[in-house]
Design a protein around this ligand. Structure first.
Ligand SMILES: [Zn+2]
Ligand SMILES: [Zn+2]
Length: 69
């Protein structure tokens, strides 16, 4: 699979290394955005945040949208 952003912006073909978890676009190393995401779990009456963050992979567009920029 090839990078969607490379194709959309410059019509170049770059091998993708990951998929955006939000929109499903395939992404190359230049366009992939990774950040830690805290994992929550319901425990008893409350909500617990687990000690180790998970990984969230998104494209540049979805990363900006989620950040509210
Ligand atoms: Zn790309
Ligand atoms: Zn996306």
């Amino acid at each position: 699979m090839n990078c969607y952003d490379c194709h959309a912006h410059s019509s170049t073909v770059t091998t993708a290394v990951a998929l955006c978890t939000r929109c499903g676009a395939a992404l190359c190393t230049d366009h992939v955005q990774t950040r830690p995401e805290l994992v929550h779990r319901v425990r008893g009456m409350g909500l617990a945040t687990l000690p180790h963050p998970a990984r969230r992979i998104t494209c540049t567009l979805c990363c900006k949208a989620e950040a509210g920029e």
